[in-house]
Structures are given as C-alpha cells and as structure tokens.
Ligand binder design. Structure first.
Ligand code: FES
Length: 222
C-alpha cells in the first residue's frame, strides 16, 4: 500500500516515470491485491495521466497548425489549376512519403471537397500510399522479360522472407516491398531494385543475402 501512497517518496518517482502500460499494471496489481483500487492510487494515477494528456494536447496543437499551414500552401499553389486535387495529393505524398489521414482531412476542409472523394482518388492510383513508407524499399520487376526469367519466384521468396505481400510494408516499417512493370534493364532479367540500386540476374537464393545487407545497413551487391 505504502508503495503507491506517497506523492513525494521514491515510489512516487517511479509512478511519475511509469509509462501508460506500467500504470495499468500498477492498477491491475492493486486491484488484485485489495479486490478494489484504493482511492489514493487511482487519484495519483489519474493526476499523472492528466499531465501526460495535457502535454499530448499541446503537441497535437502544434502538429495541427503545421498541417494546416502546409495544406494551405499546397492549395494556394494549385488553386487555379484544373485537376488540382491530384497535384496537391502528389505534393503531399512527396512531402510525407504517403498521404496521412489528418492531412487528407485538412485538405477536405480547405478545398471543400468531400473526404470520401479524396480517398476515391488516393485509392484509385497505385502511386498514392495511405501508410508511411518503410525505411528500405525492395522492388521486383515483373515486366515480360523478368517474368519469363522467373521474377515470380523472386516475388514468392520475398513474400516468404518478409511475411508480407507486394504493396505492403513489414510491421516494423523497415522494408516496403513492391513490384513494377519493366525498369528498362531487360538484358539483366530478372531484376530487382533495392534502395535504388538495380540488381540483375537475381536468383531466389540471393534474396536472403540482399535482405541481410539491408538489415546490416550495407549496400547490396548488384
Ligand atoms: S521486364 Fe524487367 S527490366 Fe524490363
């Protein structure tokens, strides 16, 4: 009990530094121990959460005004252009690497276009992404020459190794995996591009090594 009770003792310091999951753990532990959550513990935790929330609100406020300013600049730049929605989405995608939901919402307000319409456009074009890109990018060419030389096997190997399908990013956001139609190196088929470096005559057995190089921060062998 004393363990959680003092707002100024060493225990209070550990409460103060606890993250949200640690606070929940403390509540669960107290409930298990007493059959209920003692008032002084819940009050102290509620106070700490309120402090954290206030900080988050302040950060959110700063982010909101940055988003608003950026979107207004894009809209102002393309205001009188026909088909400006696509141009603005390109600018947003170039800026963030994807189209964040809060930015799409701000754009909807600024342009007076329904959010559903904005998402219609984003999901229609393969270029636009709704999730942040991975730290690394692996692209397999699936054009005719590469397809005939076994790009399908490379794609399957990457699916297995990464545990994702093309067009997706690994849950740790380290690798984004995609396919593309002909990168203009048909003489090197099957080809793939790893963080901008083109690799030719790739065998399925090379895939593990390329991924290991990415993880180790090394440049892949062409
Ligand atoms: S088809 Fe793959 S590089 Fe042309």
């Amino acid at each position: 009990m004393k363990k959680y009770s003092s707002a100024s003792g060493p225990e209070a310091i550990s409460l103060k530094n606890a993250d949200e999951s640690a606070l929940i753990e403390i509540l669960e532990k107290a409930e298990k121990e007493h059959g209920f959550i003692p008032r002084h513990i819940s009050d102290e935790i509620a106070r700490l959460l309120e402090v954290k929330l206030e900080r988050l609100r302040r950060i959110q406020g700063k982010l909101d005004s940055t988003i608003r300013r950026d979107v207004q600049q894009h809209v102002e730049h393309w205001r009188n252009e026909e088909g400006n929605l696509i141009m603005i989405l390109h600018a947003i995608q170039n800026q963030h690497g994807y189209v964040p939901r809060e930015v799409a919402m701000e754009l909807s307000r600024e342009l007076g276009v329904k959010l559903a319409r904005i998402y219609e456009v984003i999901t229609f074009y393969h270029y636009f992404k709704l999730q942040p890109p991975g730290a690394h990018k692996v692209t397999v060419c699936n054009g005719t020459a590469c397809y005939l030389k076994g790009s399908g096997d490379l794609i399957n190997e990457l699916r297995t190794q990464l545990g994702i399908s093309e067009g997706q990013t690994t849950p740790d956001r380290q690798v984004h995996f995609d396919t593309v139609r002909c990168i203009g190196c048909c003489g090197m088929a099957p080809a793939m591009v790893v963080d901008g470096k083109t690799c030719g005559h790739v065998k399925t057995t090379d895939v593990v090594g390329h991924l290991a190089s990415l993880k180790a921060g090394k440049e892949v062998a062409a």
